[in-house]
Design a protein around this ligand. Structure first.
Ligand code: UDP
Length: 488
């Protein structure tokens, strides 16, 4: 019976725009190009950020959504790591997921052809395994960062110091050598309970039949080659490069019509003259760092468009789940007189701006970025060079990848040793170097080359399309096999 129905996949996504947006893009492409219907499953416990891509406005009929009922996590200490919170919700929600998958298996015409868990939910693969459903990891960051997470159990077993104190770099097959301090931020402190959770995450990935990765071969060719060797030997399931999964910009006038004055402001600026500053969907800076950034932008003499957030001294991902209730639209936390003094060259937007459209605007010539992977792919798609300012998660590793040791489209800001703050002089100098300096010109050339490579990866019938088609073919074959029919 299954063969006559469109394949149906269930994708479980952890919260955060950076996780939900690529899932939405994946589901959209599965529907548009591969005749696959998708149910996107979210966690009711973790409030989705205010600017999460609207799950309500997805095309009816091909993409559905379901939210798992909320589970309590109020027994966790108040200072528990954000990843501890997310992974605890993931674990406690497993019974709800089982019930949902059972009901979809029974009610959906095609059953469940495949189950996909995003990077933070591989614990859920066990449920699909029990129910006999083929299972995949949807990984919304680089293959290199996936390799480092797969390595976490070995890191824990073979070392005893903090990873920043490792005597030499971590060298994984086909990956750039990484300093321990550039590994993902939750493994930086062994005593924190999140460390063990990441070790378990690395083990849970081993339950999947394949990794669907939001990247493209030209970005990580050596990494793919090395990964293929390992998967041919049966060490890991195979990886498929289905990216870049980035949405296309909507027209500037449509964005302006929706009330975003930054597009009309950009229209009035010269080509390539504006430095866009944004730390992802939830990145925040301390009060001191906010002052230094403001002073540095002012001193740089460059035009800028800054998506600013209420400072937070405790946490640099404070607004990841929407954070401060309503933000502070008056920007009262900026240095006295800053807005007035810079109004001829700068625009500060509170909380949120239409990033894909901004990066695609001809006036934008550089991007101060926290190097979240979606931001990295979006800047490549737009051909805009980066000033890398990583904050948390795998962003330091992404900054290495984008920087001179890797792809070469990013320069890097240097923080002070003593307090980790990037001082104003450094901000000003780095901003000028990116926008009008020689190193910036080299990075810009690299960014344009990558833009062309990203375009080639995305053309109709190109590598991203073929990789996804190969995955869909596997799902169809598995659906036709008796093992799944029995399990289902
Ligand atoms: N984003 C945006 N406007 C903003 C901030 C972020 O549109 O003001 C989007 C950005 O385009 C990207 C996503 O939010 O698609 C952020 O994902 P990323 O992986 O870069 O960082 P994260 O938010 O996960 O730290």
């Amino acid at each position: 019976a299954q063969a006559v129905h469109a394949p149906h996949v269930v994708v479980l996504t952890s919260p955060g725009v950076g996780h939900v947006a690529p899932v939405v893009e994946l589901a959209t492409r599965l529907a548009a190009h591969h005749g696959v219907t998708t149910t996107i499953v979210t966690y009711g416990s973790l409030s989705s950020p205010a600017h999460s891509p609207s799950l309500a406005s997805l095309p009816a009929g091909t993409i559905s959504t379901a939210a798992l009922p909320a589970v309590a996590v109020d027994d966790l200490p108040s200072d528990a790591h954000i990843v501890t919170r997310i992974l605890t919700v993931v674990h406690r929600s497993l019974p709800h997921l089982r019930a949902l998958l059972r009901s979809l298996l029974a009610s959906s015409p095609a059953g469940v052809t495949a189950f996909l868990a995003d990077m933070l939910c591989p614990a859920a693969l066990a449920v699909a395994e029990d129910l006999g459903v083929p299972r995949y990891v949807f990984y919304p960051s680089s293959l290199m960062s996936l390799c480092t997470l797969l390595y976490t159990p070995e890191l824990a077993r073979t070392t005893s110091c903090e990873c920043r104190d490792l005597p030499g770099p971590v060298v994984l097959p086909g990956c750039l050598p990484l300093h321990g301090a550039d590994l993902v931020e939750p493994v930086q402190e062994r005593a924190n309970p999140v460390y063990e959770l990441l070790v378990q995450l690395g083990l849970d990935y081993l339950r999947c039949d394949g990794f669907i990765v939001n990247t493209f071969d030209a970005l990580e060719h050596e990494t793919f080659e090395a990964f293929k060797e390992l998967s041919d030997k049966g060490v890991y399931a195979p990886a498929y490069a289905v990216g870049p999964l980035v949405r296309s910009p909507v027209s500037s006038s449509d964005v302006a019509a929706s009330g975003h004055r930054c597009m009309t402001w950009l229209d009035a600026q010269p080509d390539g003259s504006v430095l866009y500053v944004c730390f992802g969907s939830g990145g925040t800076l301390s009060a001191v760092q906010t002052d230094e950034l403001a002073a540095g932008l002012e001193a740089s003499g460059q035009r800028f468009l800054w998506v600013a957030r209420v400072p937070n001294d405790m946490d640099n991902c404070a607004s990841y789940f929407g954070g401060e209730e309503d933000g502070d639209d008056t920007l009262g936390y900026l240095p006295e007189g800053f807005l007035e003094r810079t109004k001829a060259v700068g625009l500060v937007v509170p909380e949120w701006a239409p990033q894909v459209e901004i990066l695609g605007h001809r006036a934008v010539g550089g991007f101060v970025s926290h190097c979240g992977w979606n931001s990295a792919l979006e800047t490549m798609a737009a051909g805009v060079p980066v000033l890398a300012w990583p904050l948390f998660a795998e962003q330091r590793m992404n900054a290495v990848k984008l920087g001179s040791e890797g792809l070469g489209l990013a320069l890097r800001v240097t923080a002070r040793e003593e307090d980790g703050v990037v001082p104003r002089d450094e901000v000003a100098m780095a901003a000028r170097e990116l926008m009008v300096g020689e190193k910036g010109a080299v990075a810009r050339r690299k960014a344009r080359e990558l833009q062309e490579k990203a375009r080639k990866a995305s053309v109709p019938g190109g590598p991203a399309h073929r990789a996804l088609a190969a995955v869909v073919d596997m799902w169809k074959c598995a659906a036709a096999s008796p093992a799944v029919a029995a399990g289902a």
